[in-house]
Structure formats: C-alpha cells, structure tokens
Design a protein around this ligand. Structure first.
Ligand SMILES: [Fe+2]
Ligand SMILES: [Fe+2]
Length: 400
C-alpha cells in the first residue's frame, strides 16, 4: 500500500523522459494537444504485438484439430467447414416437443451451428417443423425473438453438473479476499488527510502530460469496467451455473459473486482517478456509462456456459493486455501512480484469465467435441462482430 504522502511530490513529472515542460490543466475539458514522442512502447513492442495477434488470431482460421485433444471424425469435419446445413429460425420461445428424448447425430446438429452463425433467418414458411438441435449433441435451440437461447445440450448439462466439485475446489484459488486485495482508496488521494488538496494537485500534475489519445483509451477501459452490472447479469443467465437466488451456496454462484466483487474495484478506481485528474468531461463519460448499461449486453452466449467461458477467457486476456498497455504508457508519460494503478488492474485480469482458461480446459477434458464446437462457434461470432466493426470504421472514415 502506498503511504499517505504518495501524492505530495509530483515525482513522476521529474522522470518524464520526453516531455520537458509539464503544463497544469486549468479546467474540466481535454486541453493538451497530442505530443509527438519517441516510438510508442506498446505499438513498437514485439511482445505486445504478439499478444495482440494471440487475441485476434493471425490467420482468422479455425483449427481443424487439436494436438493434445482427440476429436471425433465428425467434429473434425465440422470444424473444417466441410459440412453445413440450412439455418432455421422459428419465431418466439419454442420448445420443440420430444427434442430431449431423441438425440441427434453430431454431424447434423453441428452443421446447423456452422450454418446458422452469421446467416440470415429462414423465412417463416420454409422453417422445418422440429429441427432445432443444439451445439454438437442433443440440446434444443430455442429462440426469443431473434436471439437464440438455452442451447446447452443434455451432455453439456451433465458436464457442468459434474464440474461442480471441481469448481468448488479449484476456482477459489484464483480469487483474493477483501483483506488481501488492494482497494481504490489505497491508490488515490486520501480525502481524510489534511494534505488532500496537495495530493490532488500532485495527481493532476502527473496526469497533465498524458496525451489526448491516451486518455481516450483510458476512458474506454474505464467505461468497459463500469458496465460490470451487464457482465454479472450475463453470468447469471447461464444454465447450470447461474446464481439462482443472488446468494446461492454453490461453487459457481460463489465464483460469480466474488469475481464481480473483485472487478468492481477496477471501474471504481479508474473513475475516481479520471474525475480527480480534471482531464476529461466526466458528465459525457457518465452519460455514456448509463446508456451502455441501459442498452444491455448480448454476446450471443445463448445461456450456454460453454460459450460464455470461452468468451470470458478471451475477454479477460483482452482486458489484461489493454490495462497492461495503459500501465506501460502511463510510465512512459511520467504518471507513475497511474502506471501502478493500471498495472494492478492488469494483474487482476491475468488471474481471472487463468481461472476462465482453467474452466475451459476442464470442459475440454470432459467433453472435447462439445468444447471444440463451442470454441469454433464463439470464434465465428467474434470474427463476425470484428467485420461489423471494420465496416463501421470504413463508413466513419468515408463520412469524415
Ligand atoms: Fe476488470
Ligand atoms: Fe476482468
């Protein structure tokens, strides 16, 4: 924990490598132009680039097999994209009669997954009568409006139930108690201290050299963290692992609540830092957060923990990389307290990434076909969303 005088000396300013004249901000808006500095330590760092490639995928292709996990010939064929059926999308929430009592072949079910991702819904008249099979095995595919829901197969339900003891034993190792955790107050000026105003002045002096583009990214990170209610909501939509009461005594519910409690510190500390820095228009940022949470989040997880845990594994890695990069750049620009703060957040994210990766690894152990199909499905969804983002960016560039 930092001492009470940590903000009293703007030591960071004296260690700035490339900015000689730090100017104090004077009001509540962005006011410093971006300065051209020596090569950026993030974009010019090979390790950072490699990490980004790891997250995004260098080729964008889905592996047809895994060197350590054996998949059935059916799954391998499906993953190679060689079989695809027609997509169907019935309206409303539909539970096809008898679907659970009649397991279907993995080929047909998974082919439907392949075909349905990113495809247009079939016209009402052409929908098959009872062809709503789930991921890889025998789960039904249900629709709520145009959102697919409850796709976890019977096999998947059994797997998640069988993992309850494993989750109770393994997941707590990835959590930290409140007593062992840093808190936002440890990293910000102490409002109960007589020299609080001096500490705030030191914070503002240290942040004065952060360029505008850096602040845009930091605000993006903060807004992402502040949408935490959407993420806890997402975890509590999952079949077999949701917290049914809000205080359920199950390993999965325990994980969800304590993960959320840890994450809650991230948006909290970033929000307070940015507020005290005076470098951004906080009203606009706060309005954005309110709108973002109000709109909700649907990463197309279909109440399916297989899909969710694949998604969260990558999401935690992405936040770990992003916060790690902001830490390195804060140090580069001479804001050492901010570097420490964002570095600690990145460290939390690395622990969470390890937890979600361990969950996915365990699912792969118990159900290689189902896990691989879920992995492929999420990767296709990510690629699809990335393409949408690219198109939006192109349009924006054309408009500007
Ligand atoms: Fe976070
Ligand atoms: Fe996280």
């Amino acid at each position: 924990m930092l001492g009470p005088s940590r903000w009293a000396q703007p030591a960071a300013a004296s260690q700035q490598p490339a900015v000689s004249s730090a100017r104090r901000p004077t009001a509540w808006t962005l006011r410093r132009p971006v300065q051209q500095l020596s090569p950026c330590p993030v974009t010019h760092n090979d390790n950072a680039r490699a990490n980004l490639v790891n997250v995004c995928g260098s080729s964008g292709s889905i592996p047809s097999s895994n060197s350590q996990t054996k998949f059935s010939p059916t799954a391998v064929r499906i993953l190679s994209g060689s079989s695809a059926g027609s997509a169907s999308r019935p309206a409303g929430l539909i539970l096809p009669p008898g679907v659970r009592s009649a397991p279907v072949a993995a080929t047909a079910a998974a082919a439907e997954v392949v075909a349905s991702v990113g495809s247009s819904p079939a016209p009402e008249a052409s929908r098959p009568a009872a062809d709503y099979r789930g991921h890889g095995l025998d789960g039904p595919i249900l629709w709520l409006g145009n959102q697919r829901v409850h796709s976890l197969s019977e096999r998947g339900r059994e797997v998640m139930q069988s993992m309850s003891n494993w989750a109770g034993k393994e997941l707590p190792r990835y959590l930290k108690s409140a007593e062992r955790s840093w808190q936002p107050a440890d990293l910000l000026p102490d409002s109960a201290s007589p020299d609080f105003y001096d500490q705030v002045a030191a914070l503002r002096a240290a942040s004065a050299n952060l360029p505008n583009d850096y602040l845009v990214v930091l605000v993006g990170d903060m807004v992402t963290e502040e949408a935490l209610p959407s993420y806890m909501n997402m975890l509590n939509t999952l079949d077999e692992t949701r917290d049914e009461t809000g205080a359920s005594d199950t390993p999965w519910a325990h994980w969800t609540r304590h993960w959320t409690a840890e994450e809650n510190r991230h948006g909290d500390v970033l929000n307070k830092y940015l507020y005290l820095s005076g470098r951004v228009d906080m009203h606009s940022v706060e309005s954005t957060i309110q709108r973002l949470i109000g709109r909700g989040l649907d990463p197309k997880l279909e109440n399916n923990p297989y899909l969710c845990f694949v998604y969260t594994s990558f999401q935690e890695r992405a936040t770990r990389i992003s916060h790690g990069n902001t830490a390195r750049l804060a140090q580069y620009h001479g804001d050492l307290p901010l570097a420490k703060l964002t570095g600690l957040i990145a460290s939390d994210e690395a622990r969470h990434e390890a937890a979600y990766t361990a969950i996915v690894a365990e699912i792969f152990e118990r159900d290689p076909d189902g896990a691989m199909l879920a992995f492929a499905d999420m990767m296709r969804k990510v690629r699809s969303q990335a393409e949408v983002g690219r198109q939006h960016t192109k349009q924006l560039v054309l408009v500007l």
